[in-house]
Design a protein around this ligand. Structure first.
Ligand code: PLP
Length: 443
């Protein structure tokens, strides 16, 4: 579409007229048109139609982990498309890319998380997890176990169930009716989850909610091992283990949403590996193909699959047209090969110290910067009017948005997170990012 000579003004006006952007102010887009029009990407860089080169400091949407413009991906996808671009997986039909990918994932995931169901993204994966789990409890004769507990500041996607599980008000306020039976606990109340009833937050903890609602009404707890869109919030050590423990205690299933953390982002292949926890269900998307083609997966323990098989011979009435898309599976296999061959998980771990070093420098230079944090190649800091007393800026000052705009002027893409008065700046560059490039980002 974009030939040698591009009429940029025309592109902008066509964008305004015909394109409804996701997670964008419709009003602002109608006033100003698109923020940037990109035309190509290479490594950690994106180039716009004016030939300005940006650092993709968020791996686009936390997903382009192997970087842009990888010819191996083009070749793998093109070969598969030439052979069998698409075929269905309904009625028990199968094909070699989906079989190989399922097996590959089983060798990578912890414990007996060995069985994969495929989707086209993170929301579909979480939505599938909720339905699959409710179906599981129903077949086991515990149909009243319908409630799902998520955490505040958690993000799980934008389909009805996934938004309902999300603990970020802006997303929930978008539609007037969220799905019933989704509850939210205060994040990271380690003492409460360990059983400290004297803690003032106890009633709002996962444990407190389970006790109030009755364990036999709870189907599952869902959480991200490290919260991403909620501002890169890293749980205290012991928290994930405590949640695993309490799920076991009450016979509740634990879902780890690894849509961002899966496939190396945190410096471990999966986020839960940082704390040695094996959930019952693990959902992935983004990093499974590094965004080259859309794909997600719900990975369940083999024991759950065996129980499902034992409990019913009926059809599992859940499947997307693109469940197990052959071309997407071929892209995932090549992407995983690249992640492994180039030791990108180790690189992510090594770069954590570089990000923290850079953030410490920013903290020393700027009296507003505080609460620096990073795990692998994802990190954040916060901005305060008075950091000693953690006094936030007035929301009308739009501080995080302004910082992000200034970064854009300097050709760095980062993400602001505005949450209950916090001004958080998040970065998550591709897993190929090196020390020098982190230095440039910080500069
Ligand atoms: N879960 C988490 C943790 C995410 O970060 C996201 C997307 O950012 C999703 C789920 C939803 O994924 P998708 O946008 O592919 O539907």
């Amino acid at each position: 579409i974009i030939e040698e000579k591009v009429d940029i003004q025309k592109l902008k006006s066509l964008d305004k007229k015909y394109y409804l952007h996701p997670t964008t102010s419709i009003h602002q887009q109608q006033e100003n048109g698109p923020t940037v029009i990109f035309k190509e990407g290479q490594g950690i860089y994106l180039t716009d139609v004016y030939d300005d080169v940006y650092i993709d400091g968020l791996s686009s949407l936390w997903n382009v982990n192997i970087g842009h413009g990888r010819q191996e991906m083009v070749d793998a996808v093109s070969t598969q498309m030439g052979r069998l671009a698409y075929s269905s997986s309904f009625q028990g039909f199968s094909h070699d890319p989906v079989i190989c990918l399922s097996q590959k994932i089983a060798t990578m995931t912890p414990g007996d998380l060995n069985v994969s169901f495929f989707t086209s993204g993170g929301s579909e994966s979480n939505e599938t997890a909720f339905k699959l789990i409710r179906n599981y409890w129903k077949l086991k004769g515990e149909a009243e176990r319908t409630k799902i507990i998520g955490l505040n500041r958690g993000y799980h996607g934008i389909t009805m169930g996934a938004t309902s599980a999300t603990g970020i008000a802006q997303f929930q306020n978008m539609s007037t009716a969220n799905a019933p039976d989704f509850l939210h606990a205060k994040a990271f109340q380690l003492d409460c989850e360990l059983g400290d009833k004297s803690n003032p937050n106890y009633r709002e903890s996962i444990r407190g909610i389970i006790e109030k609602e009755g364990a036999d009404t709870i189907a599952a707890v869902i959480l991200e091992p490290v919260q991403g869109a909620g501002g890169i919030n890293i749980p205290p050590d012991g928290y994930l283990q405590a949640v695993r423990q309490l799920c076991d205690e009450y016979g509740i299933l634990m879902i780890a949403d690894e849509v961002i953390t899966g496939f190396g982002r945190t410096g471990e292949m999966f986020g839960v590996n940082n704390w040695g926890v094996v959930p019952d269900v693990l959902t992935v998307a983004k990093g499974i193909t590094s965004g080259y083609i859309q794909l997600g997966a719900v990975i369940i323990r083999e024991t759950i699959r065996d129980e499902l098989a034992e409990l019913s011979s009926d059809i599992f009435f859940h499947g997307f047209t693109y469940s197990g898309h052959p071309t997407a599976c071929a892209a995932a296999l090549k992407n995983i090969e690249i992640v492994e061959n180039e030791n990108l998980v180790v690189n992510a771990k090594n770069m954590e110290a570089e990000i923290l070093k850079g953030f410490k420098y920013l903290e020393s230079k700027h009296p507003t910067v505080s609460k620096i944090r990073a795990i692998g190649l994802m990190g954040a800091f916060e901005l305060f009017a008075d950091r000693a007393n953690e006094v936030p800026f007035e929301p009308s000052q739009m501080v995080a948005q302004k910082v992000v705009q200034e970064c854009m002027k300097r050709k760095l893409i980062v993400r602001p997170v505005i949450f209950e008065g916090s001004n958080i700046i998040t970065i998550a560059p591709p897993l190929i990012t090196n020390k020098e490039q982190i230095g440039t980002i910080i500069e």
